[in-house]
Write a protein that binds this ligand. Structure first.
Ligand SMILES: Nc1nc2c(ncn2[C@@H]2O[C@H](COP(=O)(O)OP(=O)(O)OP(=O)(O)O)[C@@H](O)[C@H]2O)c(=O)[nH]1
Ligand SMILES: [Mg+2]
Length: 412
């Protein structure tokens, strides 16, 4: 199969209706399937690209833009569960990946961790997007408890890498799917449910940023939430229908295992709520959703919200939430990416016209002092929870605390 890689003019590009350039990259078998789901639900949405080292799996996505990676290493048969091969495969195509993300404002990297390509190549794709100056948000599932320990360890290491190289990574443990789908559901149905949830997160944010809404959310609000999240966000999603749709959706949201039955919202320092409804969406619906959520949230939590109208959602309502449990106002917790680099002339790819660069690095201010964070033992709702360990590291502790990264404050 030949490498086909072309972004069609206008797709994912900034237009009057869609002022941001957004790209969705599926990496590995599961990641590409989820990316295809996004493309299927959003015909005129962002560009969606499939990246895999398995040519057959790439072909099956049916996506018009595909990037086959690491052919010299894998001969197009996949990375065979080896994340080191997946990483090399992506590095092999660094120029093409760089050209793909060049000029994008927002890049979603979707992957299912535990195999070779997703675990090895997705962190490379995230790093490149972040280096190019795009706000980079990753969605990654982790293996079921019944899968081999080797795969789980590789997945946790990949998750750590993703968090290091993205602005924020949203982890969806496959094990939680078991709480969402009926007992008799097949594995395929569980995976489909996961694909659907990831798609809804992407679609919710896309619509929020691009469509006229009752309450418009700015790109800078999303940036603020994500860049100051310490690298880890949680995602929740629920729908309601009929006259009681607002109540239904928030009840389902607060009961959802995705947000740990409301506990994530109760702990979050900051969160973003996106309400999507049809032309019948009333301000009262918005108010109901927000007041239900605010009842469980911390009083001092920073809340970003938006409400969007879409004709397809007549009589229905969808709420998506992006929550940062460890959010620090106004300061990036990770190093800012370098300025966008010049286009790579050598790669044989055509892309849509680039917008003016945004998201330039934030220059440190003159009067900065270090923020001091108390070291705390696991407590609260985490007290009885098994820690997510990798080696000696507890991955549930935010990266900046584990690594002792110093954070500068204008105070002091
Ligand atoms: N949530 C979800 N998980 C999936 C899906 N497909 C596979 N997985 C899980 O994701 C892990 C990795 O599988 P793949 O995505 O097929 O692996 P890969 O990244 O293509 O890696 P290689 O095939 O080794 O190159 C496995 O542990 C699967 O259980 C899916 O559609 N959705
Ligand atoms: Mg594969």
């Amino acid at each position: 199969m030949s490498t086909s890689l072309r972004l069609v003019e206008g797709e994912g590009g900034a237009t009057a209706a869609a002022p941001y350039r957004l790209l969705v990259i599926g990496v590995g078998g599961g990641g590409c399937r989820a990316a295809r789901h996004v493309a299927g639900l959003l015909a005129h949405g962002p560009s969606v690209v499939a990246v895999d080292s398995d040519d057959q799996a790439l072909k099956e996505t049916g996506l018009p833009v595909q990037l086959s990676i690491g052919r010299a290493l894998t001969r197009g048969f996949g990375a065979g569960g080896d994340a080191a091969i997946g990483k090399l495969a992506a590095e092999d195509e660094e120029l093409r990946l760089r050209t793909l993300v060049e000029g994008m404002d927002l890049v979603f990297v979707i992957t299912t961790l535990g195999g070779g390509t997703g675990s090895g190549a997705a962190p490379v794709a995230a790093r490149i997007a972040h280096e190019q100056g795009a706000l980079t948000i990753c969605f990654a599932s982790t293996p079921f408890d019944f899968e081999a320990n080797r795969d789980k360890d590789a997945a946790l290491e990949a998750l750590r890498q993703l968090r290091m190289h993205s602005d924020a990574t949203i982890c969806l443990p496959n094990q939680r799917l078991l709480e969402i789908v009926p007992d008799q559901a097949t594995l395929k149905a569980a995976f489909d449910a996961s694909d659907h949830m990831i798609s809804m997160a992407v679609i919710g944010l896309w619509k929020l940023l691009t469509e006229t809404g009752l309450i418009r959310l700015n790109f800078s609000d999303l940036k603020n939430l994500v860049e100051n999240s310490g690298g880890a966000c949680s995602f929740g999603y629920a729908e309601g229908e009929g006259p009681d749709k607002a109540q239904q959706a928030t009840q389902a949201l607060l009961a959802s295992p995705l947000l740990d039955h409301g506990n994530v919202l109760a702990q979050a320092d900051a969160f973003l709520v996106n309400i999507l409804g049809g032309p019948d969406l009333a301000l009262l619906d918005v108010q109901r959703v927000m007041s239900n959520i605010q009842q469980v949230a911390k009083r001092e939590a920073k809340v970003f919200m938006g409400a969007t109208v879409d004709n397809d959602w007549q009589g229905r309502l969808m709420v998506t939430v992006l929550a940062a449990e460890h959010w620090v106002a106004g300061k990036r917790l990770t190093a800012p990416p370098p300025a966008r680099t010049a286009p790579v002339a050598s790669a044989p790819i055509t892309t849509a016209a680039s917008p003016a660069p945004t998201g330039e690095p934030v220059a440190p201010t003159a009067a900065q002092s270090e923020l001091v964070f108390e070291k705390r033992d696991r407590g609260g709702r985490f007290e009885k929870v098994e820690p997510t360990k990798h080696g000696d590291e507890d991955l549930d502790v935010p990266t900046f605390l584990r690594r002792g990264i110093k954070i500068l404050s204008e105070r002091g």
